[in-house]
Design a binder for this molecule. Structure first.
Ligand code: NAD
Length: 344
């Protein structure tokens, strides 16, 4: 039996859509905004603060990757002192994560304006860290009610972030295609997401200021985020969580470097996913994704990211002991070999 569930969310996509945020706030019925933003979105946040006019109640501009509880505590003190009743977040997945964490504590509605391709804005998932340990929970109430995708806000993404963040999105689509709980909807979303990401990424890398290309890439990343919302994660996301949590690694870079290795590992055990991806990317999916990942001019191996080689066995053991559902059964030596290959 197929079970398909969607979470209600309202999505705006298009150049200039950020200017609709004040109206979107009004639609929530709330009137006192806590504006969360990252340094990368400082200019857009300043414009938004002005446009929000009397609705702006407080600001918090220090979201941190992986949503540490201590940072949420700090933001909550601003929520309390400003008597905010809606959160507006502008920035990458870190800003969106903080918005979800605030909503988890307060039930406040959320209007989020993502500036990367991470996809968190359309998922019911919140990962939080305390004392270096990351825990993840899933609750439909955490999904932001309004998402505003403005491709003009992605024009500032440096080439490396564009590439790694897009591959992070692609990983959501790839894992949806071999998930244990696919539906015709998730298959369609994942196929279209992969087609859109692989098709538009080279265009955007060649012409970073091409708003039409950026729109297509952002639209495809939206679909990829929906894949993550709708299907269970496998080995790729499990390795990213285990490595990222243990060694405090940058999220998108880690996803980008792992993806070709996990695809080479899993696709032979996932023929339907393999066939769909081959059609979507117009060739050998592993070769195409490995080629994209190899064009990154930052760290391309776990070793270059600073992961100690002797740490790999612990991660492999942890993953094999409690595996996420995966098309290829996990054997310790084989997972370790995958990690060794990604280490370099
Ligand atoms: P991020 O938000 O930490 O941003 C990475 C860097 O890029 C930061 O320095 C940021 O300031 C900068 N940046 C963001 N947008 C930019 C832009 N348009 N131009 C220039 N610089 C920009 O990283 P991320 O990869 O977007 O998100 C990672 C976080 O999101 C992690 O905490 C991860 O756990 C979470 N996440 C959660 C889910 C979920 O479903 N819960 C899904 C994906 C990611």
């Amino acid at each position: 039996m197929i079970v398909h569930e969607t979470t209600a969310s309202r999505v705006l996509l298009g150049p200039g859509s950020r200017h609709a945020v004040p109206d979107e706030v009004d639609r929530t019925g709330a009137s006192r905004v806590l504006l969360v933003s990252t340094g990368s979105a400082a200019a857009a946040a300043a414009d938004l603060a002005e446009a929000l006019d009397g609705r702006l109640a407080g600001r918090f501009d220090r979201p941190v990757v992986h949503t540490p509880l201590s940072v949420t505590d700090e933001a909550m003190s601003v929520v309390t002192s400003s008597v905010a009743d809606v959160v507006v977040a502008i920035g990458g997945g870190s800003a969106v994560g903080l918005s979800k964490a605030i909503a988890a504590r307060t039930g406040m509605p959320q209007v989020v304006v993502p500036t990367t391709y991470a996809g968190s804005e359309v998922t019911p998932v919140l990962g939080e860290t305390a004392d270096g340990v990351k825990t993840t929970r899933r609750d439909p109430a955490l999904t932001p009610g309004t998402v505003v995708y403005d491709p003009e806000l992605t024009l500032s993404m440096p080439e490396g972030l564009t590439l790694t963040s897009a591959l992070n999105a692609l990983a959501h689509a790839v894992e949806a295609l071999w998930a244990p709980d696919p539906t015709p909807v998730s298959d369609a979303l994942a196929t279209e997401a992969a087609t859109g990401i692989v098709g538009s990424l080279p265009v955007v890398l060649g012409a970073p200021a091409d708003v039409a290309g950026r729109s297509r890439l952002q639209g495809a990343a939206w679909l990829a985020g929906l894949c993550l919302a709708q299907t269970r994660m496998g080995l790729h996301h499990q390795l990213a969580h285990a490595l990222g949590g243990t060694f405090d690694l940058p999220h998108a870079e880690l996803h980008a470097m792992l993806l070709p290795h996990v695809m080479a590992f899993d696709l032979p055990s996932a023929p339907a996913a393999s066939a769909r991806l081959a059609r979507a990317v117009g060739g050998d999916p592993v070769a195409v994704v490995a080629g994209l990942a190899a064009s990154y001019d930052g760290p391309r191996t776990l070793r270059e990211l600073g992961v100690p080689r002797e740490g790999l066995a612990v991660v492999a053991e942890r993953v094999v002991d409690a595996p996420y559902p995966n098309p290829r059964p996990l054997v310790l030596d084989e997972v370790l070999a995958l990690l060794e290959a990604a280490w370099g």
